[in-house]
Write a protein that binds this ligand. Structure first.
Ligand code: SAM
Length: 385
């Protein structure tokens, strides 16, 4: 009994000592590695605010990505049932383990050494982290892909990334990332954090956001969704009419259309229905560099169309040049969108016009507009992957 009392007394003293220490004053006999985004949170007020905004319950299992030296970990351990932390750097692993042991919290702390993106994540209720910024995008989609769905994530990101996450239609920051994340989650900006709250200070400002996954997740085929959204954002200020009249776009969609019709004929409907059930956000997870490496030739052609300014700013895209198709159809195929790309173009344009989507622009489209666009095209057999 006395031993237990002594243990608790020591534990409380240790906790108080660590709490009273200004975080930035702690000295470590190693230098922080910028390639791992090691900017530790030295401002205890920011730690406190993150904890408050996280709404941690004593029954919660909390996932922390990149505990570093444990500044956030300590507060997470004080309020939750368990903390599972994923850390890539062995030096940080040693540091945070030492700290947790000193505090006497080792019984509710699990440390996974490795790259959070490559690690299979266990069950968690909440994810709270001052994230390494170089993995922001893949991390968000990895979390959103995780099953069972977690309650909420409170994460620190580079300010610009955070603003893109929460951007609404009409804002300059509204982009493919905003649409893909907001399809799957409610995202709110919580807190601006200055560079000086970190050691060493990063070059950019930071923000904390809350991500609450939608439950149940929308029942759509994410590969199809991603294909459509990529096209719409080739030039986000252009009309759908302009984008879907592009020769290269039409050629690609026509090829998909023909493949789809063939698959239907050979009983592929079942396979396509099954595909709809899958949750595969791999394409969303790629950041811009990885994307460049993974883009198929076809995708690269699309990127080139955008880069070359096939749709230059100010152009409405109804220009005859773009509408002209190289392959003039045979007479008998004129009305058959399988045989004739010209007939296929008519189908695409009619689908847009009949549903009043032709004048919409990605920069101002709500999630519901993208969902509607996908639905009306899919109903006509027009597919994006
Ligand atoms: C911004 S620091 C945050 C440290 C600590 N949480 C804090 O707030 O003081 C990011 C941490 O993530 C770790 N890290 C970087 N890349 C990682 C990855 N791919 N997987 C897991 N941890 C990573 C770094 O080593 C570092 O400890």
């Amino acid at each position: 009994m006395d031993r237990k009392k002594d243990f608790n007394k020591n534990k409380n003293q240790n906790q108080q000592q660590i709490m009273q220490q200004p975080i930035g004053a702690m000295n470590y006999n190693f230098s922080f590695d910028k390639s791992f985004g090691q900017h530790i949170l030295k401002n205890p007020l920011v730690v406190q605010q993150i904890i408050e905004k996280s709404g941690i319950k004593p029954t919660d299992v909390v996932l922390e990505i990149g505990p570093g030296t444990g500044n956030l970990t300590q507060s997470l351990l004080e309020r939750s049932k368990k903390v599972i932390a994923v850390e890539i750097d062995a030096r940080m692993i040693a540091e945070v383990s030492k700290r947790v042991n000193k505090l006497g919290y080792q019984h509710k702390f699990q440390l996974i050494q490795g790259d959070a993106i490559k690690t299979q994540l266990p069950f968690f209720d909440l994810c709270v982290a001052n994230t390494p910024y170089q993995i922001s995008s893949p991390l968000v989609f990895k979390l959103l892909q995780h099953r069972p769905i977690f309650r909420c994530a409170v994460l620190m990101f580079q300010r610009e990334f955070a603003m893109r996450l929460v951007a609404k239609p009409g804002s300059d920051m509204y982009c493919r990332l905003s649409v893909n994340v907001q399809l799957l989650a409610r995202v709110d900006h919580l807190l601006k954090v200055s560079k000086n709250s970190f050691k060493p200070p990063p070059k950019v400002e930071s923000s904390v956001v809350r991500i609450e996954p939608k439950f149940p997740p929308p029942p759509i085929n994410f590969t199809e969704w991603d294909g459509l959204v990529r096209l719409c954002f080739l030039r986000k200020n252009k009309t759908m009419s302009a984008i879907f009249r592009l020769k290269q776009v039409l050629k690609m969609l026509h090829k998909n259309f023909v493949t789809f019709q063939t698959e239907l004929k050979v009983g592929g409907q079942q396979a396509l229905a099954q595909q709809d059930q899958q949750v595969d956000l791999t394409a969303f997870m790629l950041d811009e560099n990885q994307l460049e490496q993974k883009l198929s030739k076809k995708d690269k052609r699309l990127e080139k169309i955008a880069a070359k300014g096939a749709l230059k700013e100010g152009e409405d895209g109804d220009d005859d040049e773009e509408e002209k198709m190289e392959d003039e159809p045979e007479d008998e195929a004129e009305n058959d969108p399988i045989q004739s790309i010209k007939a296929f173009k008519k189908l695409v344009v009619k689908t847009l016009e009949d549903n009043q989507m032709h004048e919409k622009r990605a920069c101002k489209m709500e999630i519901i507009d993208f969902l509607n666009l996908l639905k009306i095209f899919n109903e006509q057999g027009v597919h994006f992957k």
